[in-house]
Write a protein that binds this ligand. Structure first.
Ligand SMILES: *[C@@H]1O[C@H](CO)[C@@H](O)[C@H](O)[C@H]1NC(C)=O
Ligand SMILES: *[C@@H]1O[C@H](CO)[C@@H](O)[C@H](O)[C@H]1NC(C)=O
Ligand SMILES: *[C@@H]1O[C@H](CO)[C@@H](O)[C@H](O)[C@H]1NC(C)=O
Length: 273
């Protein structure tokens, strides 16, 4: 599964590239989605179902944010033959600007059969605090579903001026060794040459989840390179690259079995239609 967060500007005219990116994934997480009536999301899923051999469904959070002119949703898009949604939960504790929205999934084809995905798009002004609060989110969702296989992912603003090396001691997801960061501090998840920052991250809890992930599969997907797009064109789609991670499959991969891929982050901003 790949989870993708995308900044996605042109949905009235669904472009091929977003479809190609989303259809690499078994699960995509989109953040920064501004589409309260879900028109753009539905159009995207309809196009996917037409374009791709797999069948996709979506689940969305409510519009979240502090002010009415900046409300965003978290949206998951997933392949129904592979994964099943077991439950969803809107976190309400702590003062997140866009509180995490957790979804509990099951998948029979991966080593790990049940896991929880929790996206977060931090507020840059309180990124350190919000990343630290993910520990409280972990306690709540793992207790709710009796499952400690929890993966956090998204644009945490976890680098450059927002989160410094010194800040890490105040972030329990760093200080508690049960959490593993799969996108390292040296990555650059931003598109422009002007910045070199590992803002987008994937963090998993626990040894069993870590062992169910293909080693070194957490990475930034530079779709500009892959699709040979000019930087200006890439920037029209997003100012961040997606990040992604792959889960190990439980059975030897049959030829017909799609690669089991998890993770990824592109940020789609859907225009309010
Ligand atoms: C996995 O297998 C169980 C038991 O056979 C079944 O109930 C469930 O629907 C399957 N899950 C998926 C995603 O196919
Ligand atoms: C919670 O999960 C553990 C380990 O998977 C299991 O042994 C235990 O019975 C579960 N507890 C409940 C209340 O379901
Ligand atoms: C890490 O996880 C183990 C197993 O769940 C637990 O016993 C231990 O207390 C955890 N360590 C920390 C620092 O939370």
């Amino acid at each position: 599964f790949i989870c993708i967060f995308f900044k996605f500007l042109l949905l009235s005219d669904p472009e091929l590239f977003p479809l190609q990116i989303v259809s690499r994934c078994d699960i995509c997480v989109l953040q920064d989605v501004v589409d309260p009536e879900l028109k753009a999301v539905k159009a995207l899923v309809t196009s996917l179902n037409r374009y791709d051999e797999h069948h996709y469904e979506y689940v969305s959070s409510q519009s979240l944010g502090k002010t009415s002119d900046d409300l965003q949703q978290y949206v998951f898009i997933y392949r129904t033959h592979l994964v099943k949604q077991l439950g969803q939960h809107q976190y309400k504790g702590k003062a997140f600007v866009r509180p995490p929205f957790a979804v509990h999934f099951s998948c029979n084809k991966t080593d790990i059969k049940e896991f929880v995905l929790v996206p977060l798009h931090t507020d840059p002004d309180q990124a350190v605090q919000e990343i630290d609060w993910l520990y409280d989110v972990f306690e709540e969702v793992s207790a709710k579903w009796n499952n400690t296989n929890v993966m956090f992912l998204g644009d945490f603003h976890a680098g450059c001026a927002y989160v410094t090396r010194d800040d890490k001691k105040n972030i329990r997801l760093f200080t508690n060794s049960n959490f593993s960061w799969l996108i390292g501090d040296r990555e650059d998840t931003t598109v422009t040459d002007q910045t070199n920052c590992p803002y987008d991250r994937i963090v998993v809890h626990g040894q069993s989840f870590l062992q169910a992930i293909r080693p070194f599969s957490g990475m930034v997907f530079n779709f500009g390179k892959e699709f040979r797009l000019k930087q200006a064109k890439v920037l029209k789609l997003s100012d961040h690259y997606p990040i992604e991670v792959r889960l190990k499959g439980s059975a030897p991969l049959l030829q017909a079995t799609p690669l089991l891929v998890v993770g990824a982050i592109i940020r789609f901003v859907f225009p309010a239609l």
